[in-house]
Design a protein around this ligand. Structure first.
Ligand SMILES: *Cc1c(COP(=O)(O)O)cnc(C)c1O
Length: 352
């Protein structure tokens, strides 16, 4: 039997997506060739990337609204730098909401390109909440937020209302719930959490915010390069893009992001309900900021650790240890996670 995969990333994929991807690795589109040995410029792969781009705009409700969809290399980590390279003038300022490890990394890279200003931070409480009611100065080139904090298990529920371009790292919650995606001018997400396999990063960018910095941007770092070549300026990860296309089609077939949200809420309610009702456990994140994607919790009595982890192992629970910076447990219950697996974890918690 397959394990219940709570890994934070790379993470669980829908079974049907794995099967279709495996079949395409053997014989892609009846070409009698493997997906991973055909040209990225073949008409067959061109159809894949076009379909993936279309699915992104459909799921986000952004069709015909001036957005470009890219599938780039370098992970979300390269986007920390690339967003600043493309949006921040040399002496300019960008504002950041500091909500944890990934935000800090984004701040560090932007500060190389200009001035990264921390608008608010939840560092004072070990990043267990989302700061609210902070001011946004009007001299910023853009504001950057991390929509879901994968390590700490917090999620932004209300995004800042601002006329300044809004940039979001949505790596760990993209297409998990209904959102007004048009609030954002640039969204990026490593595919390996909620929409695919590692090796590609989705970027959704409103074209009108580009070319405003006066900088000379190296070709590979310039969004315009990738827009003008439709993500084929260089050889992209053909396999990863294919998997993302299948994954987004799976979300669409379920009924889109609204249907996905219902499923995700049911899973999160089940697990948080157990954490709140079981005297053996305590949640890490402030209740109002809890992430439905990464559920962080600890044992009240550390002496039960060995027993709990043994029970979990016997039940086939995989990769639910907390990040080393937080400790305890983290159950990542992304889009592809079936509620049966969440129930399996809850059963183990009940049995303790
Ligand atoms: C995992 C993660 C990243 C880093 O992604 P890579 O693709 O490994 O560079 C960045 N931001 C968030 C929110 C993440 O969860």
């Amino acid at each position: 039997m397959k394990k219940h995969n709570f890994s934070a990333g790379p993470s669980i994929l829908p079974d049907s997506v794995i099967k279709q991807a495996a079949a395409a690795v053997l014989n892609f589109d009846n070409m009698d060739l493997s997906l991973v040995e055909v040209s990225h410029r073949s008409p067959q792969f061109d159809a894949v990337i076009k379909k993936a781009q279309k699915l992104v705009l459909e799921l986000a409700g952004l069709e015909g609204k001036g957005y470009e969809v890219l599938f780039l290399g370098g992970g979300a980590s390269l986007q920390f730098l690339m967003t600043a390279y493309n949006l921040l003038p040399e002496n300019g300022k960008a504002g950041f909401l500091d909500t944890g490890t990934w935000s800090k990394k984004a701040i560090k890279e932007a500060d190389i390109m200009g001035n990264a200003v921390v608008l608010a931070s939840s560092k004072d409480k070990g990043y267990n909440y989302i700061p609210k009611n902070f001011d946004i100065p009007n001299d910023l080139a853009y504001v950057h937020v991390t929509s879901n904090n994968t390590i700490f298990g917090t999620q932004i529920k209300d995004f800042p209302n601002t006329s300044i371009p809004l940039v979001a790292d949505m790596s760990s919650d993209i297409f998990s719930k209904v959102l007004d995606f048009s609030k954002f001018d640039l969204i990026y997400a490593g595919a390996q959490k909620n929409i695919g396999a590692s090796g590609t990063t989705l970027v959704i960018v409103k074209k009108e915010i580009l070319d405003k910095t006066g900088r000379t941007i190296p070709s590979m770092m310039n969004y315009q390069t990738h827009i003008s070549k439709d993500s084929l300026f260089h050889t992209p990860s053909v396999f990863s893009i294919y998997v993302s296309m299948l994954y987004m089609q799976w979300v669409k077939d379920l009924g889109g992001v609204a249907a996905m949200e219902k499923i995700n809420d049911a899973k999160a309610d089940l697990l948080y309900g157990e954490i709140d009702n079981n005297p053996n456990f305590v949640g890490f994140a402030a209740k109002e900021d809890r992430s439905p994607m990464n559920v962080t919790f600890t044992l009240v009595d550390e002496s039960k650790k060995e027993h709990f982890e043994k029970l979990a192992q016997e039940a086939g629970i995989h990769a639910f240890k907390g990040h080393r910076s937080v400790g305890g447990y983290r159950a990542s219950i992304y889009n592809a996670m079936p509620i049966e697996s969440v129930q399996a974890l809850v059963n183990v918690m009940k049995a303790l």
